[in-house]
Ligand binder design. Structure first.
Ligand code: NAI
Length: 302
């Protein structure tokens, strides 16, 4: 099998000073990429700042004989996002791959979530993806090549107690990816999303110790690298990954049922009567775009 390498590729990884981002950065570097190591260097809840985290990873990459540059900007501001991409262009002239990875947690049950806990988590994960991806996307369009990886979470895709702010932000990224899949297609810009589970400071008090040991961040790396490579030709997909388990997950649409003829009124009683058919997802499949969903109601629009 031909090996996947990133020679002449420039990768920007947000939040690469620790955890998953750091493991990606080291493997990209080993496979020839020039790496922009972005990290604000704050604590788990996003407070504080330090250059240490990003600098340490850059030193480790240089010790491997590879090229890297540090950036300490906050992904959650437009200025920060622009500067992260500018760092890549100033140092290496291009940006081929963007891994949106930076993240924080401020877990609390929904009635207790304050406005600042909501705003900071949505700010880093969702607005942060906008702030960094937009300038990268503009450059990728000029280049006619780009690979973008977003990081969602099972907490958002499936639900998890106490993570309403995080879940909402993480699932918002699916909407962003769905649109970039369409807008980037003709310029060979592919966007995919991972939903990892891995040992890091974000999960150390969430996962039982015996699971924590097994869920090594290194298991997430190969999927992220494949999605970032020229060999990957898929776009708009979401993947679960943990401890060596890799599985596609998707927003799907079922054919459902048609009630009435498109002109007569439909009663709530008819919805009740048809509930089994409406909720049946046995023939459900992912759709390529919004327009495709209109196919299901075509008989009603004649
Ligand atoms: P981590 O806390 O070890 O790493 C996150 C890094 O992002 C930190 O180094 C932090 O300084 C940096 N960061 C935070 N806010 C930033 C900002 N505003 N600007 C720039 N850098 C910032 O966490 P981990 O586990 O490696 O998480 C990586 C990503 O994976 C996050 O988006 C997280 O939500 C996501 N994720 C992780 C899971 C897991 O099981 N570890 C599960 C699902 C999603």
């Amino acid at each position: 099998m031909a090996s996947i390498d990133f020679k002449n590729r420039v990768v920007v990884i947000t939040g690469a000073g620790a955890g998953l981002g750091k493991t990606y950065a080291l493997e990209f570097a080993k496979r020839g990429a020039k790496v922009v190591v972005n990290d604000l260097g704050g604590s788990r809840d996003g407070s504080g700042e330090s250059h240490n985290a990003a600098d340490t990873v850059v030193d480790e990459i240089k010790a491997l004989g590879a090229e890297a540059v540090a950036n300490y900007d906050n992904v959650a501001t437009v200025e920060g996002g622009e500067n992260i991409i500018k760092t890549a262009i100033d140092a290496f002239g291009q940006v081929d791959i963007l891994i949106n990875n930076a993240g924080i947690l401020r877990d609390r049950s929904f009635p207790k979530i304050s406005e600042s806990e909501w705003d900071s988590v949505v700010g880093v994960h969702l607005k942060g993806a906008y702030c960094v991806t937009r300038p990268a996307f503009i450059k990728m369009k000029e280049q006619g090549f780009g690979r973008i990886v977003f990081t969602t979470s099972g907490a958002g895709l499936y639900g998890n107690f106490g993570q309403a702010n995080y879940a909402a932000a993480k699932t918002g990224l699916i909407g962003l990816m769905n649109v970039l899949k369409i807008e980037g297609a003709k310029n060979n810009i592919l966007s995919n999303t991972i939903a990892p589970v891995a040992a890091s400071r974000l999960t150390e008090d969430v996962l039982p110790p015996e699971m924590f040991e097994k869920l090594k961040p290194e298991f997430i790396v190969p999927l992220v690298l494949f999605l970032s490579s020229e060999d990957c030709q898929d776009s708009g997909m979401i993947f679960n990954c943990a401890a060596g388990w890799y599985s596609r997950t998707a927003v799907v649409c079922a054919s459902g049922t048609i009630i009435g003829d498109g002109s007569r009124e439909i009663s709530p009683e008819e919805i009740k009567e048809n509930w089994e058919k409406i909720t049946d997802i046995s023939d459900a499949k992912p759709l390529d775009n919004l327009g495709e969903s209109f196919g299901f109601l075509a008989p009603l629009l004649k």
